[in-house]
Write a protein that binds this ligand. Structure first.
Ligand code: SAM
Length: 268
């Protein structure tokens, strides 16, 4: 057996490699890459998805952090001119380096679960470049991404992601599809950035502030949770009942609160 097959999965890099061919095909079918498209795969590992992505005829950039995997990937795919390997941390990657046209980049990844939330936020900062994203995530995270108001899954992650994207929970994947198997269930999610935001805020930083503050204290009423940010009159002016709990408000209501916050004299 060549040394290429002896890479040991590293926990600190969140390495759980896909080995179930059925699951790999199902993911590739959901992505449905085409010739000429621009793909970006985050955390390709040993290339379980990479091979099928390249076979589509698309142009593929990879970002992989683990130095030991770089020669393995280079040996497998380096002969292919449509393939480019970027070694580094996806959390720090400057997506403008890819010189992709607006709304063109298709981002794919069986992500390391320990960095999935900050990585999604980093990608949303670059949403104007992105056409869509397909990720394998912890199932519980996908449920939060796809949640609607009124339940315990609805929170900062759901709201900030749904502000930018349409979210589809595509299917679940059990631990047995990976080597080594993770301790949690996984799921595939599709995120499609809106070309026109359905509920644009005057300033999305104010939306982040109001959502963070509200869900820091999700058991309190809005009036109490937002005391430091908004007077009761401003909550009322947003058309929001201050006696509700944060999880009862939909995205549009949070945007109205953010717009009130933008009008406050103390707003940053
Ligand atoms: N895509 C492969 C598969 O499905 O078999 C590997 C998935 S594994 C869950 C996550 C991969 O992300 C690993 O290869 C790991 O080294 C890589 N990784 C971890 N942290 C990273 C980071 N900050 N930036 C880029 N890649 C990272």
């Amino acid at each position: 057996m060549s040394e290429h097959h002896q890479h040991r999965a590293r926990k600190r890099f969140g390495q759980n490699f896909l080995h179930d061919a059925g699951v790999i095909h199902r993911i590739l079918r959901a992505i449905h890459a085409r010739e000429g498209e621009r793909l970006l795969e985050i955390g390709p590992g040993q290339g379980a998805l990479t091979e099928g992505l390249l076979a589509s005829g698309a142009q593929l950039d990879l970002i992989e952090l683990d130095l030991d995997l770089i020669p393995i990937l280079q040996a497998k795919f380096g002969h292919e001119p449509r393939f480019r390997l970027n070694q580094g941390d996806a959390l720090k990657f400057d997506f403008n380096r890819l010189e992709a046209a607006p709304h063109s980049l298709r981002v794919v990844g069986n992500l390391p679960y320990n960095i999935s939330t900050p990585l999604i936020f980093h990608l949303l900062d670059n949403a104007a470049l992105i056409r869509d994203m397909h990720f394998m995530l912890q199932k519980e995270v996908v449920e939060r991404l796809a949640a609607g108001p009124g339940g315990g899954d609805w929170g900062r992650l759901s709201i900030m992601v749904q502000y930018h994207c349409r979210v589809e929970h595509l299917f679940n994947v059990g631990p047995g599809a990976f080597n080594p198997p993770p301790k949690v269930d996984s799921a595939i999610v599709r995120l499609v950035p809106h070309e026109i935001l359905p509920h644009p805020a005057k300033d999305h930083h104010q939306l982040e502030r109001v959502v963070r503050e509200a869900f820091n204290q999700r058991r309190k009423t809005l009036r109490n949770a937002l005391k430091a940010l908004l007077p009761a009159a401003a909550i009322e002016a947003a058309g929001v009942d201050g006696s509700l709990r944060p999880e009862q408000l939909d995205l549009a209501a949070f945007v109205r609160l953010a717009d009130q916050l933008a009008e406050q004299p103390s707003a940053d």
